[in-house]
Design a protein around this ligand. Structure first.
Ligand SMILES: C[S@@+](CC[C@H](N)C(=O)[O-])C[C@H]1O[C@@H](n2cnc3c(N)ncnc32)[C@H](O)[C@@H]1O
Length: 216
Protein backbone atom coordinates (compact mmCIF):
# COMPACT_ATOMS: atom_id res chain seq x y z
CA UNK A 1 0.00 0.00 0.00
CA UNK A 2 1.47 3.39 -1.02
CA UNK A 3 2.41 5.67 1.86
CA UNK A 4 0.83 9.17 1.74
CA UNK A 5 3.34 11.96 1.06
CA UNK A 6 2.26 14.19 3.97
CA UNK A 7 2.63 11.68 6.77
CA UNK A 8 4.62 11.91 9.98
CA UNK A 9 5.26 9.26 12.63
CA UNK A 10 4.08 8.86 16.20
CA UNK A 11 6.00 6.13 17.97
CA UNK A 12 4.89 4.38 21.14
CA UNK A 13 7.20 2.04 23.02
CA UNK A 14 5.48 -0.97 24.54
CA UNK A 15 6.59 -2.58 27.79
CA UNK A 16 8.50 -5.35 25.96
CA UNK A 17 10.60 -2.70 24.18
CA UNK A 18 8.90 -3.07 20.79
CA UNK A 19 7.76 0.15 19.13
CA UNK A 20 4.41 0.75 17.46
CA UNK A 21 4.97 3.34 14.71
CA UNK A 22 1.79 5.14 13.61
CA UNK A 23 1.50 7.20 10.46
CA UNK A 24 -0.42 10.46 10.96
CA UNK A 25 -1.39 12.97 8.28
CA UNK A 26 -0.50 16.66 8.40
CA UNK A 27 -3.74 17.54 6.61
CA UNK A 28 -7.19 16.09 7.18
CA UNK A 29 -9.84 15.75 9.86
CA UNK A 30 -9.34 15.11 13.62
CA UNK A 31 -8.95 11.36 13.11
CA UNK A 32 -5.71 11.73 11.13
CA UNK A 33 -3.57 12.21 14.24
CA UNK A 34 -3.09 10.31 17.49
CA UNK A 35 -4.80 11.97 20.45
CA UNK A 36 -3.48 11.82 24.02
CA UNK A 37 -6.46 9.73 25.19
CA UNK A 38 -5.47 7.08 22.64
CA UNK A 39 -1.96 6.89 24.09
CA UNK A 40 -3.30 6.66 27.66
CA UNK A 41 -5.74 3.87 26.71
CA UNK A 42 -3.11 1.99 24.66
CA UNK A 43 -0.66 1.96 27.54
CA UNK A 44 -3.40 0.97 29.99
CA UNK A 45 -4.30 -2.04 27.81
CA UNK A 46 -0.83 -3.45 28.03
CA UNK A 47 -0.29 -2.59 31.71
CA UNK A 48 -0.29 -5.12 34.52
CA UNK A 49 -3.24 -3.25 36.06
CA UNK A 50 -5.53 -4.17 33.18
CA UNK A 51 -6.94 -7.62 33.74
CA UNK A 52 -10.16 -9.24 32.73
CA UNK A 53 -12.24 -10.90 35.44
CA UNK A 54 -10.36 -14.06 36.39
CA UNK A 55 -7.02 -12.43 35.63
CA UNK A 56 -7.05 -13.16 31.90
CA UNK A 57 -5.52 -10.76 29.42
CA UNK A 58 -6.63 -9.69 25.95
CA UNK A 59 -5.31 -12.74 24.12
CA UNK A 60 -8.01 -14.35 21.95
CA UNK A 61 -10.64 -11.75 22.88
CA UNK A 62 -12.92 -10.08 20.30
CA UNK A 63 -12.31 -6.35 20.37
CA UNK A 64 -13.98 -3.57 18.43
CA UNK A 65 -12.70 0.00 18.35
CA UNK A 66 -15.03 2.88 17.44
CA UNK A 67 -13.77 6.21 16.04
CA UNK A 68 -10.33 4.63 15.80
CA UNK A 69 -8.71 7.40 13.70
CA UNK A 70 -5.18 6.15 13.00
CA UNK A 71 -6.07 2.79 14.61
CA UNK A 72 -3.43 2.98 17.32
CA UNK A 73 -5.48 1.64 20.26
CA UNK A 74 -6.84 -1.34 18.33
CA UNK A 75 -3.39 -2.10 16.94
CA UNK A 76 -1.93 -2.14 20.46
CA UNK A 77 -4.76 -4.48 21.56
CA UNK A 78 -3.85 -6.74 18.62
CA UNK A 79 -0.20 -6.79 19.79
CA UNK A 80 -1.62 -8.29 23.02
CA UNK A 81 -3.21 -11.16 21.07
CA UNK A 82 -6.73 -9.76 20.63
CA UNK A 83 -8.74 -10.18 17.44
CA UNK A 84 -9.58 -6.60 16.62
CA UNK A 85 -11.76 -4.66 14.21
CA UNK A 86 -10.89 -0.97 14.09
CA UNK A 87 -13.71 1.18 12.74
CA UNK A 88 -14.15 4.75 11.60
CA UNK A 89 -15.63 6.76 8.74
CA UNK A 90 -14.78 5.93 5.10
CA UNK A 91 -12.13 8.71 4.93
CA UNK A 92 -9.99 7.04 7.61
CA UNK A 93 -9.95 3.53 6.13
CA UNK A 94 -6.76 3.91 4.12
CA UNK A 95 -4.81 5.39 7.03
CA UNK A 96 -5.97 2.61 9.39
CA UNK A 97 -5.00 -0.03 6.80
CA UNK A 98 -1.54 1.50 6.30
CA UNK A 99 -0.98 1.47 10.07
CA UNK A 100 -2.20 -2.12 10.46
CA UNK A 101 0.09 -3.24 7.64
CA UNK A 102 3.14 -1.34 8.85
CA UNK A 103 2.79 -2.75 12.39
CA UNK A 104 1.80 -6.28 11.33
CA UNK A 105 5.11 -7.74 12.59
CA UNK A 106 3.99 -6.86 16.16
CA UNK A 107 0.43 -8.20 15.88
CA UNK A 108 -0.04 -11.57 17.58
CA UNK A 109 -3.84 -11.61 17.26
CA UNK A 110 -5.47 -10.07 14.20
CA UNK A 111 -6.52 -6.61 13.10
CA UNK A 112 -8.76 -5.39 10.28
CA UNK A 113 -10.31 -2.03 9.39
CA UNK A 114 -13.99 -1.47 8.63
CA UNK A 115 -16.36 1.41 8.08
CA UNK A 116 -18.76 2.16 10.90
CA UNK A 117 -20.65 5.43 11.14
CA UNK A 118 -22.26 5.82 14.56
CA UNK A 119 -26.01 5.42 14.54
CA UNK A 120 -26.06 3.34 11.36
CA UNK A 121 -26.81 -0.35 11.12
CA UNK A 122 -23.98 -2.58 12.38
CA UNK A 123 -24.41 -5.39 9.84
CA UNK A 124 -21.23 -7.43 9.44
CA UNK A 125 -19.45 -6.48 12.67
CA UNK A 126 -18.90 -8.73 15.68
CA UNK A 127 -22.32 -8.47 17.33
CA UNK A 128 -21.24 -8.83 20.92
CA UNK A 129 -17.51 -8.19 21.30
CA UNK A 130 -15.70 -8.83 24.59
CA UNK A 131 -14.38 -5.28 24.49
CA UNK A 132 -15.34 -2.04 22.79
CA UNK A 133 -12.66 0.64 22.83
CA UNK A 134 -13.25 4.37 22.52
CA UNK A 135 -10.59 7.08 22.69
CA UNK A 136 -11.45 10.76 22.49
CA UNK A 137 -14.86 10.19 20.92
CA UNK A 138 -16.90 12.53 23.13
CA UNK A 139 -16.42 15.84 21.39
CA UNK A 140 -19.46 17.02 19.44
CA UNK A 141 -23.08 17.15 20.41
CA UNK A 142 -24.72 15.75 17.25
CA UNK A 143 -22.74 12.53 17.56
CA UNK A 144 -23.80 11.63 21.11
CA UNK A 145 -27.17 9.99 20.43
CA UNK A 146 -25.87 8.03 17.37
CA UNK A 147 -22.82 6.93 19.37
CA UNK A 148 -24.98 5.68 22.25
CA UNK A 149 -27.25 3.86 19.79
CA UNK A 150 -24.24 2.07 18.30
CA UNK A 151 -23.01 1.13 21.76
CA UNK A 152 -26.45 -0.29 22.60
CA UNK A 153 -26.56 -2.22 19.30
CA UNK A 154 -23.14 -3.75 19.86
CA UNK A 155 -23.02 -4.59 23.55
CA UNK A 156 -24.00 -7.81 25.19
CA UNK A 157 -24.36 -8.25 28.92
CA UNK A 158 -20.66 -9.21 29.27
CA UNK A 159 -19.23 -6.63 26.87
CA UNK A 160 -16.89 -4.18 28.58
CA UNK A 161 -16.62 -0.74 27.00
CA UNK A 162 -13.37 1.05 27.79
CA UNK A 163 -13.87 4.72 27.10
CA UNK A 164 -10.94 7.09 27.48
CA UNK A 165 -11.63 10.79 27.18
CA UNK A 166 -9.93 14.07 27.84
CA UNK A 167 -11.89 16.39 30.10
CA UNK A 168 -11.92 19.78 28.37
CA UNK A 169 -13.10 22.96 30.05
CA UNK A 170 -13.31 25.28 27.04
CA UNK A 171 -16.39 26.28 25.04
CA UNK A 172 -19.19 23.70 24.73
CA UNK A 173 -17.06 20.80 25.99
CA UNK A 174 -18.42 20.64 29.58
CA UNK A 175 -22.00 20.68 28.22
CA UNK A 176 -21.21 17.91 25.70
CA UNK A 177 -19.63 15.80 28.42
CA UNK A 178 -22.64 16.31 30.74
CA UNK A 179 -25.04 15.28 27.98
CA UNK A 180 -22.95 12.19 27.22
CA UNK A 181 -23.26 11.05 30.84
CA UNK A 182 -27.01 11.76 30.91
CA UNK A 183 -27.51 9.55 27.86
CA UNK A 184 -25.05 6.92 29.07
CA UNK A 185 -26.86 6.46 32.39
CA UNK A 186 -30.11 5.52 30.62
CA UNK A 187 -28.81 2.08 29.59
CA UNK A 188 -25.32 1.66 31.03
CA UNK A 189 -23.55 1.61 34.38
CA UNK A 190 -19.95 2.76 34.67
CA UNK A 191 -16.95 3.12 36.95
CA UNK A 192 -13.90 5.27 36.60
CA UNK A 193 -10.57 3.43 36.52
CA UNK A 194 -8.56 5.11 39.32
CA UNK A 195 -5.62 7.18 38.08
CA UNK A 196 -3.16 4.99 40.05
CA UNK A 197 -4.12 2.12 37.74
CA UNK A 198 -3.23 4.02 34.57
CA UNK A 199 0.26 3.62 33.14
CA UNK A 200 2.72 5.44 35.42
CA UNK A 201 4.32 7.45 32.63
CA UNK A 202 1.33 7.95 30.35
CA UNK A 203 -1.33 9.31 32.68
CA UNK A 204 -2.83 12.71 33.29
CA UNK A 205 -5.31 14.19 35.79
CA UNK A 206 -7.59 15.35 32.96
CA UNK A 207 -7.66 12.07 31.00
CA UNK A 208 -10.14 9.53 32.34
CA UNK A 209 -10.79 5.87 31.59
CA UNK A 210 -14.30 4.52 32.18
CA UNK A 211 -15.30 0.86 32.38
CA UNK A 212 -18.85 0.70 31.10
CA UNK A 213 -21.33 -2.22 31.12
CA UNK A 214 -24.91 -2.62 29.96
CA UNK A 215 -27.46 -2.36 32.79
CA UNK A 216 -29.02 -5.73 33.49
C1 LIG B 1 -10.78 13.06 18.20
S1 LIG B 1 -10.70 11.74 17.01
C2 LIG B 1 -10.02 10.41 17.97
C3 LIG B 1 -9.29 9.42 17.11
C4 LIG B 1 -8.61 8.30 17.88
N1 LIG B 1 -9.56 7.52 18.61
C5 LIG B 1 -7.57 8.85 18.82
O1 LIG B 1 -7.90 9.04 20.00
O2 LIG B 1 -6.44 9.11 18.38
C6 LIG B 1 -12.42 11.23 16.89
C7 LIG B 1 -12.66 10.12 15.89
O3 LIG B 1 -14.06 9.82 15.85
C8 LIG B 1 -14.45 9.64 14.49
N2 LIG B 1 -15.87 9.96 14.34
C9 LIG B 1 -16.47 11.15 14.53
N3 LIG B 1 -17.77 11.09 14.26
C10 LIG B 1 -18.02 9.83 13.87
C11 LIG B 1 -19.19 9.13 13.47
N4 LIG B 1 -20.36 9.77 13.39
N5 LIG B 1 -19.09 7.83 13.16
C12 LIG B 1 -17.89 7.19 13.24
N6 LIG B 1 -16.74 7.78 13.63
C13 LIG B 1 -16.80 9.08 13.93
C14 LIG B 1 -13.58 10.61 13.72
O4 LIG B 1 -13.49 10.28 12.35
C15 LIG B 1 -12.25 10.50 14.47
O5 LIG B 1 -11.43 9.49 13.94
Amino acid sequence: MAEPTDCFLRELELSDGSVVAIRQLSSGDVGCVVWDAAIVLSKFLESQEFKLPGGQRLSGKCVLELGAGTGIVGIVAATQGANVIVTDLEDLQELMKINIESNSHLITGSCQAKVLKWGEEVKDLVPKPDYILLADCIYYEESLEPLLKTLKDLTGIDTCILCCYEQRTMGKNPQIERRFFELLKEDFKYEKVPLEKHDKEYRSEDIHILEIYRKT
